[in-house]
Design a protein around this ligand. Structure first.
Ligand SMILES: C[S@@+](CC[C@H](N)C(=O)[O-])C[C@H]1O[C@@H](n2cnc3c(N)ncnc32)[C@H](O)[C@@H]1O
Length: 447
């Protein structure tokens, strides 16, 4: 690719030829010898600044133009000849932009926002719609329960209004993100910025193969990136064990690692399969997440139906999985990475033994849903639902039918139905021209 870039050598040759000089003539009139000049023009070496100045003077050509060319060639040379050249270049760009000191300051860093993560069924595009309905149909600003929080995008939006937010999800990799974003333990930002900088300057060539790279390298992640990921994960664990990180710092680093590698995965957004094509090499670019200042989060990692029996609130937002695709299987790599027990893996997609399997993805879904809504001690329920059950693909067919959900909700309270059309994730098998998103708003009858 770089062969097509005009270098200072090309420019000097072109000037000389346009002016009709022979190489020897130029060598004679400047202090540069013939061989050096020839090597400069053919791009075999770069001129010194003094040589550039004397050539500019001899040709009556803009010295600034040539110096600019020289500097850019030097940078390209460094970038091309170092494994981490491009990363170093981007880092330098940022240092220049923010200044060295500012750059090491968490406040001035480019950080990951909560929503900058791919997650199947996340409600990022629907959150405003959902919250507007809740705002106009319900009363109270005490406790909001997001019992299947996923990315926690809905919970985050509810933080603008409610004093307490209960977040829950069965996945380890979601729980760690809640601890990171909404934990209240003090954490040392300069320590983590320094670590992030360290991780960004790792040379994969000097990193040994590890659990992560052996299993996922060349499949879900490019080989060298996978070595970096495994190394960083191990380093975070080591620092935690040596008490160099408190639990919040540990959660922030793990969450930042998930967000960082999310963009580098060789997948369509989940880990059921990887794309069977050569993987483009990209820099790791480890970035920290932007934490939240909200102080009223209560964080759980429990089965929703069990938790429902032990909590109380004004409103529960309910967004379970509705088809047979298990989230713990979709996101097995993050589950593995967060737990870091290095389990034995099976099959083409390299999954561990199943765990945290949800009843909502089975034939028990309807009864489980009924049990949940009956046992939640709240005034209101806001239930998300979409009509994928019309789908032809079996794995994305809904386990609970629209009519069933309406009946269950109408039995426990006064239920209003809101609908909205939108496009959403599918693997190509399904056609959802009439795909709709529903929100059922139920005001529970007094017991
Ligand atoms: C449709 S997603 C929720 C998406 C979320 N509203 C968002 O905007 O990101 C469903 C979530 O429920 C979780 N889950 C599935 N079964 C569960 C259960 N029995 N108890 C708690 N969480 C469960 C899954 O891990 C998944 O994150």
């Amino acid at each position: 690719m770089l062969d097509t870039i005009i270098s200072i050598g090309d420019t000097l040759k072109e000037i000389r030829e346009t002016k009709g000089f022979h190489l020897q003539e130029v060598a004679d009139k400047t202090s540069i010898n013939y061989t050096s000049l020839s090597r400069i023009e053919t791009g075999k070496r770069l001129p010194t600044k003094i040589q550039v100045q004397s050539l500019a003077e001899f040709y009556s050509y803009s010295e600034n133009d040539l110096i600019r060319q020289l500097i850019s060639d030097k940078i390209i040379y460094e970038v091309q000849n170092e494994d981490l050249g491009l990363e170093g270049f981007h880092l330098a760009e940022q240092k220049l932009k923010y200044g060295l000191n500012l750059f090491n300051d968490y406040k001035n860093q480019e950080k990951f926002q909560l929503q900058s993560r791919r997650y199947i069924g996340n409600k990022a595009k629907l959150t405003d719609w959902i919250m507007e309905i809740i705002e106009s149909e319900t009363e109270g600003n005490g406790t909001f329960i997001d019992i299947f929080s996923g990315t926690s995008i809905v919970a985050k939006s509810a933080m603008e209004k409610y004093k307490t937010i209960i977040l829950n999800d069965i996945l380890y990799s979601n729980n760690i993100t809640y601890q990171a974003f909404y934990g209240t333990l003090k954490w040392n930002s300069s320590k983590l910025v320094e670590l992030a900088n360290e991780y960004n300057t790792l040379n994969p060539k000097s990193i040994r193969e590890n659990y992560f790279s052996k299993n996922f390298g060349g499949k879900f992640y490019e080989k060298e990136i996978s070595k970096q990921i495994g190394f960083i994960r191990q380093d975070i664990e080591k620092k935690k064990q040596n008490n160099e990180l408190n639990s919040r710092e540990y959660a922030i680093l793990l969450t930042s690692l998930i967000y960082t590698i999310d963009r580098l995965a060789n997948t369509v957004g989940h880990f059921d399969a990887y794309i069977k094509k050569p993987i483009t090499k990209r820099p790791l670019n480890f970035r920290l997440i932007e934490t939240s200042d909200f102080k009223g989060a209560k964080i759980y990692q429990e089965d929703a139906n069990e938790l429902a029996r032990n909590i109380k609130g004004d409103i529960a937002y309910i967004d379970p999985p509705y088809n047979s695709r298990q989230y713990s299987r979709f996101y097995h790599i993050y589950e593995n990475l967060v737990q870091w027990k290095k389990p034995k893996l099976y099959g083409v997609a390299l999954k561990p033994e199943p765990e945290n399997m949800s009843k909502y993805c089975t034939v028990e879904a309807k009864d489980t849903f009924k049990d949940l809504v009956e046992n939640l001690d709240v005034k209101y329920l806001a239930v998300s639902y979409n009509n994928t059950y019309k789908s032809k693909s079996k794995s994305s067919a809904n386990k609970i039918k629209y009519e069933e959900i309406v009946e269950i909700l109408q039995n426990i309270g006064e239920t209003k139905i809101f609908e909205q059309s939108h496009t959403f994730f599918n693997t190509g098998k399904t056609e959802f021209n009439d795909h709709k998103e529903f929100l059922f708003l139920t005001k529970k009858y007094d017991k």
